[in-house]
Design a protein around this ligand. Structure first.
Ligand code: DAH
Length: 341
């Protein structure tokens, strides 16, 4: 009997000697100690077949073997786990004295900087921001702005139609109608957003951004428009900049004007930027057409208003000397990182 126990003990020791990790040791432990399938519990079950005289001595030996095996496996397991932990720690060691990998900070897109600067300026004059939808219906984008179907002014903007009635808005002016329909004067809103036109060259892109402004109240005149534009031009392009209004045409304003600023590069003497004229065109504007006010249920004999609309990319390009509008949409960080504030 003792030899039998000794043999098992030796087999356990021999097998354990080649076990390299705690998982394999666990399997070995099961082979000998598992209550259902292990060899040592099997010996205990076999005791039934022994004679009554043999049983106590055998039982004692098996119990001793079991005690020894439990101790043995517990001890080996602790050793292996300690070694495994040490190995893991060594692999995960970090050198805290190593220099860090610097990450460059992101920055706002130059067009966002311009939009924010514009909102800042006009918010200071009491404007609030209204954002209309990018997919508009024909009524808000054209008809209500005094540009019915077949109106020749529709050709001024090549439109992307989604369906006969729905289109990608060609101008943030559409937002004017949405505001006037729902708000009683006094109205003073700024409406920034993306607009879309089938147009593509160095200074035009099929998608670009506009900033619309609208003021409606009793007694609003063209002088109010120019006074406010002076503030805008000086804050964006510099204290010495002057504005000039030229007669123009937009269906939704009467009279309509084109607004120029004196060239901030040459001070008005004439240079490449202003093409020798001393002036740079920056936006369209005018007094809100009576018909547009009527379309929105505002009495044009009581209220008057002015509106203006500018291309944000155009202002960005002028302000930062960017020659091609595509540079604003290519997301090339070598270009964009130059404008971080
Ligand atoms: N919507 C015009 C455009 O896209 C710009 C414009 C001109 C807006 C005159 C206005 C305005 O509000 O009064 O070219």
């Amino acid at each position: 009997m003792e030899d039998q126990m000794k043999a098992i003990r030796e087999r356990i020791e021999a097998a354990a000697a080649s076990v390299r990790d705690s998982k394999a040791l666990y399997q070995l432990r099961k082979q000998f100690l598992d209550n259902k399938t292990g060899e040592i519990p099997a010996l205990m079950k076999g005791m039934r077949d022994l004679s009554a005289e043999e049983r106590p001595a055998f039982g004692k030996l098996v119990n001793a073997l079991k005690e020894w095996a439990l101790d043995f496996f517990t001890g080996r397991d602790a050793e292996l786990k300690a070694a495994e932990l040490a190995e893991k720690n060594a692999a995960e060691q970090i050198d805290v004295t190593m220099p860090g990998r610097p990450r460059s900070a992101g920055a706002l897109h130059p067009n966002t900087l311009t939009a924010n600067a514009l909102i800042d300026i006009f918010a200071g004059m009491g404007f609030t921001v209204f954002e209309g939808p990018e997919i508009e219906n024909d009524y808000y984008n054209f008809t209500a702005l005094n540009t019915p179907k077949d109106h020749p002014a529709r050709d001024m903007q090549d439109t992307f139609y989604v369906s006969p009635e729905l289109l990608l808005r060609t101008q943030t002016s559409a937002g004017q109608i949405r505001v006037m329909e729902n708000t009683k004067p006094p109205i003073k809103i700024l409406s920034p957003g993306k607009v879309f036109r089938s147009d593509d060259d160095a200074t035009h892109s099929p998608m670009f951004s506009q900033m619309e402004g609208l003021v409606v109240d009793k007694g609003i005149t063209l002088c109010d428009l120019q006074g406010m534009l002076d503030v805008f031009a000086q804050r964006i392009f510099g204290e010495d900049v002057k504005t000039r209004l030229r007669p123009s045409y937009f269906p939704f304003t009467e009279p309509s004007v084109e607004v120029d600023v004196s060239c901030f590069a040459c001070g008005g003497k004439g240079c490449r930027l202003c093409k020798g004229t001393g002036w740079i065109e920056v936006l369209g504007a005018g007094m809100v057409n009576r018909k547009v006010l009527e379309n929105c249920g505002i009495d044009p004999d009581v209220y008057t208003g002015f509106a203006f609309g500018m291309g944000i990319e155009r202002i960005t390009m002028l302000k930062y000397g960017i020659p091609n509008i595509k540079m604003l949409f290519e997301s090339d960080v070598r270009v964009l990182s130059q404008f971080a504030e």
